[in-house]
Design a protein around this ligand. Structure first.
Ligand SMILES: [Mg+2]
Length: 390
């Protein structure tokens, strides 16, 4: 059994409403669809949504090039797709960083292997520990009143934790937003803040001390991704728990965070960690050190979201914590998957999101049916699909 064809397709999925973040306005999600074809005709596929220069340093074009020019000819073609540990090891030896490209390959390998063995991916990862994963909701940036209004609705829709993004206005505006949301939702709702690494040490220290009375569950990535030593100092001087997202990427970063006691918990994104196999190693280190791990997401389709739904229901450590992978809901501007218009997503059968929970699809592999018509209609302007074959 061997991989005989690797195909990548650049797709741009329009957002129902633009997503606004510091320095960023996202109107459409430029993603990469990867198809791996086996010599018996079985096809495994994956999607890497929301490619962005600032978060991962990877873009749609760089992911396509890394897969077609390096990984396909030198790692995948002619290899047995069932040997995922071997192939991921080869990718890591051959390619530095580029975990989003590697994750895209890892997801498609798991889909292919699940189809070859006729089992869902969660069975490959250890089997179910829970039926569905409880979810947090990421609030859109906006004025304190706008964010507070969305928080009320999101909580009513069943989301157990609400995350605010900083940077819509000044730091003073951020502080006003946090207290406005806290006052609006009451003292018992779980609230968090994500600074996405945009504060310097002094700003972080002064701001978090003023937020310490807001009873936040955590503040995510207050400092730039490289400043693990700063996070350790900061953590010792504030009461609000500090979580690492951008700082926690490879295993050696996790070890550094653990050794320096630089965080109270971690955020994983499967694309940041480099796929399902590397995420399982990551979760083992977190478990060893007793660090909670929440699952975030790149904003992406039902196909892009699917691997995290399989991992979060099959990993016993992960399943204790929330999965914030709400990409399809964000793209389509809905609270539940039943409200996504038929045919509007890269996945024909978007995984079920209901009442604040997400469930992996049944069926072989990721359990996703690809919306081929959508791929043709939404091919990224000025770009073409690429095929590398034996
Ligand atoms: Mg984050």
């Amino acid at each position: 059994m061997k991989i005989v064809k690797v195909e990548v397709i650049p797709v741009s999925t329009p957002m129902k409403k633009p997503m606004i973040m510091p320095n960023t306005r996202i109107e459409a999600i430029d993603s990469v669809i990867l198809k791996l074809t086996c010599d018996d005709g079985t096809v495994g596929f994956s999607d890497s949504g929301d490619t962005s220069s600032w978060y991962m340093g990877e873009m749609q074009g760089s992911i396509m090039s890394m897969i077609c020019d390096v990984i396909a000819p030198r790692v995948l073609l002619g290899e047995d797709p069932r040997n995922i540990e071997k192939l991921v090891g080869k990718m890591d030896l051959l390619v530095r960083d580029n975990n989003q490209a590697k994750a895209t390959v890892d997801f498609a390998l798991h889909d292919l292997k699940g189809k070859l063995f006729n089992v869902p991916v969660y069975e490959l990862l250890g089997g179910r520990t829970i039926a569905g994963a409880a979810m947090g909701w990421v609030l859109s940036a906006g004025t304190p009143e706008q964010v507070a209004a969305e928080a009320i609705v999101a909580h009513k829709q069943g989301f157990q934790l609400l995350k605010m993004k900083t940077g819509f206005g000044s730091v003073e505006d951020d502080i006003r937003m946090v207290y406005a949301v806290r006052e609006t939702v009451g003292k018992d709702i779980r609230l968090t803040v994500d600074a996405n690494g945009f504060w310097n040490y002094e700003t972080a220290l002064r701001t978090i001390r003023r937020l310490d009375d807001a009873n936040l569950e955590l503040i995510e990535q207050p400092l730039p991704h490289w400043d693990i030593e700063g996070m350790a100092r900061l953590r010792a001087q504030v009461r609000t728990p500090i979580y690492a997202d951008e700082a926690a990427k490879e295993l050696h970063h996790i070890k550094d965070i653990i050794d320096r006691r630089a965080a109270d918990g971690l955020f994983i994104k499967l694309q940041k960690a480099g796929g399902l196999l590397k995420s399982q190693r990551w979760l083992t280190l977190a478990r060893l050190s007793g660090l909670p791990v929440m699952c975030g997401c790149m904003i992406g389709s039902g196909l892009e979201h699917s691997p995290s739904a399989h991992l979060w229901t099959s990993n016993q450590w992960a399943s204790q914590f929330l999965n914030e992978s709400i990409g399809p809901l964000t793209i389509h501007g809905v609270w539940e998957s039943k409200d996504i218009a038929p045919g509007a997503d890269i996945a024909l059968n978007v995984p079920r999101f209901e009442n604040g929970y997400t469930y992996p699809n049944e069926g072989p592999g990721l359990g996703i049916e690809l919306n081929e018509e959508f791929l043709v209609r939404n091919l990224t302007k000025g770009k073409e699909a690429r095929v590398v074959a034996l």
